[in-house]
Ligand binder design. Structure first.
Ligand SMILES: [Zn+2]
Ligand SMILES: [Zn+2]
Length: 225
């Protein structure tokens, strides 16, 4: 909130995978969106499931105490882009979008962002029930410097058809794609830090560096020399 975002000059681009609660419930309370002037662009799946409506309804006064900043004249200046599979450009960054297999009835997007010779892949809620479903994820993660991957399940609590990956699915995919660093995320709320640490410890010593993503953490990939 320091400087630009506090003063209505902060520009940001948000890439949304899908609109399940866990992925949007922070939006109403993200203060920079409440400050007039901040230019925001929000990208997400929209075809047949209008993103704009979903965002507006989430902030309806029935559910939400804060002003509905997806309406005109309130808060940040927000442009909503209903993305499609393919690629688009934001400034110096190239963004690739692929649909991945998640829950029935919802489109879930995964992203790859390339800029300055570095690549980051974000593969959220996903389940690989058949080999072909790994293909879009492998393409996005190909030789990425950093990959965020769903690791909601461990081997013992995996439920086929539930729409989520196991930690070992994430590690296998990262290894096959030649990823340098893998951050496991989307842990279930009941999983303790110790359990996550133990899962991560089991994958040390491999070519891909495996870690548990943490709330509040930020990553700097830098430019390629
Ligand atoms: Zn989901
Ligand atoms: Zn989720």
């Amino acid at each position: 909130m320091a400087e630009a975002f506090g003063g209505g000059q902060g520009e940001a681009h948000l890439l949304l995978s899908h609109t399940h609660w866990g992925h949007i419930q922070g939006i109403p309370f993200f203060t920079p969106l409440l400050i007039a002037g901040n230019p925001f662009s929000l990208y997400g799946p929209g075809k047949g499931e209008p993103l704009q409506d979903a965002m507006r309804q989430q902030l309806h006064s029935t559910y939400c105490p804060v002003p509905n900043f997806f309406n005109d004249q309130v808060g940040a200046t927000i442009q909503i882009h209903e993305a499609e599979e393919g690629a688009f450009v934001i400034g110096d960054a190239r963004v690739a979008v692929r649909r991945v297999n998640h829950s029935r009835g919802i489109t879930c997007f995964a992203y790859r962002i390339e800029a300055g010779g570095r690549a980051l892949a974000y593969i959220p809620d996903v389940e690989y029930l058949e080999p072909a479903q790994r293909r879009p994820a492998l393409e996005l993660a190909h030789r990425a410097d950093l990959l965020f991957h769903d690791a909601h399940c461990r081997a013992g609590d995996y439920r086929p058809g539930w729409g989520h990956a196991r930690d070992r699915d994430a590690v296998a995919l990262a290894g096959e794609a030649g990823v340098r660093r893998l951050a496991l995320f989307h842990h279930p709320p009941e999983r303790s830090d110790q359990e996550i640490d133990a899962a991560v410890a089991a994958y040390q010593g491999q070519e891909v560096v495996v870690e548990g993503a943490q709330q509040g953490q930020s990553y700097q990939l830098g430019k390629k020399p």
